[in-house]
Design a protein around this ligand. Structure first.
Ligand code: 13P
Ligand code: SF4
Length: 348
């Protein structure tokens, strides 16, 4: 072997060791952990991505649901929708590679329009964002004059542009509570709308939430029977759920919060056993951070988030296809930015 080949082999081994240090406690699928061989296969990509990222002055933002080799192996920041929006706003690098779904990459572009924003997965949808049109928001506004429009961040730029305040799963309850009006419009998550009403009631506030839209195809599949099965099969388990779950599931869980909220809860909890009613990527992040704790996950994969891979991140960095580059009309961005800025104001 030539010196060059030996050098390359050594580099790959070193990278595989680095990855194994991060991923050894992480599941590849339910019950199967990352092996050193898996890390060795990922190493050429993570090495390449980390090198091109520097050369191109790019940063990689990854949502908590993306595969762990991306979120832990190459991302500069991995987090929930709120943390990623805050971060996107502050990016000074030339390029943002957004490993997530389309509405998240759009949000990054709206908040930092001078940057090139690239999403490896291309037009990766979201059943919530795809369930609502701008016209439907206009219709609701005409029917309920005076009611402020809150849009969940899982919405298109057009829907954000029609709304007064954008919210995320991490701040929706507090923002809805702070608003003085007794009637609020909330789109496009019908289940979260019911969860808001219930949470406000729990806080002693009676508000009517008018809603339209759909549900998350991952979280709407959990039922109270899944919570009961976790409690029966794993005595003492602490059950965590995302607010996109059905209200009866949220009522049966021990904690309901955003992906960051769930991470914070586990970080602070003395318990060693958790049931997670959310997407597998979050299970992976928690397994990496807490090798001493056990996470039980019944099911739940977001096919849209999983469209982001090391291979298409490498390709998108080198030569992005047009469908991977986010571009939006100026006026839509300007109006949508106002609803996001209102969220930042109300969350401070
Ligand atoms: P978070 O903001 O909690 O990360 O949730 C985003 C999402 O798409 C959940 O399905
Ligand atoms: Fe959308 Fe659900 Fe996927 Fe989140 S998990 S991006 S809400 S489809």
């Amino acid at each position: 072997m030539s010196d060059l080949a030996v050098n390359k082999e050594e580099l790959l081994q070193q990278e595989a060791h680095r990855l194994y240090g991060l991923l050894a406690s992480v599941s590849r699928s339910n019950g199967v952990k990352w092996s050193y061989t898996d890390c060795l296969q990922a190493a050429p990509y993570t090495l390449g991505i980390n090198q091109i990222k520097k050369e191109q002055n790019a940063v990689i933002l990854a949502h908590s649901y993306t595969v762990p080799e991306l979120g832990l192996g190459v991302a500069d920041i991995s987090g929930d929708s709120y943390a990623l929006s805050l971060k996107a706003r502050e990016v000074t690098a030339d390029k943002i590679i957004f490993a997530g779904v389309w509405f998240m990459a759009e949000t990054a572009k709206i908040l930092n329009p001078s940057k090139q924003v690239i999403i490896p997965a291309g037009k990766a949808g979201c059943t919530l964002a795809d369930s609502m049109t701008q016209d439907e928001v206009r219709r609701l506004k005409a029917e309920h004059p005076g009611a402020p429009v809150l849009c969940y961040v899982n919405s298109t730029a057009g829907v954000k542009a029609e709304s007064d305040i954008c919210v995320t799963s991490g701040n929706v309850f507090d923002i809805a509570a702070k608003l003085p009006q007794k009637e609020l419009i909330f789109v496009p998550d019908l289940l979260m709308a019911q969860n808001i009403e219930n949470e406000l009631k729990r806080r002693g506030l009676c508000k009517k939430i008018i809603s339209s839209g759909g549900s998350c195809c991952v979280h709407d599949k959990y039922t109270p029977d899944h919570v009961a099965a976790l409690r029966r099969d794993y005595p003492g388990i602490v059950v965590l759920a995302h607010p996109e779950c059905r209200p009866d599931v949220c009522a049966a869980a021990d904690y309901v919060g955003s992906t960051k909220g769930m991470q914070d809860f586990v970080n602070k909890s003395g318990s060693k056993l958790f049931g997670l009613l959310t997407e597998f990527g979050l299970v992976n992040r928690l397994e990496a951070a807490h090798p001493d704790k056990r996470f039980v996950w019944p099911f739940g994969l977001c096919a849209y988030m999983k469209k982001n891979s090391l291979a298409n991140t490498f390709q998108a960095l080198l030569e992005p296809r047009p469908d991977q580059i986010v571009s939006l009309p100026e006026d839509v961005m300007n109006r949508a930015r106002k609803s996001l800025q209102n969220m930042f104001e109300m969350t401070r």
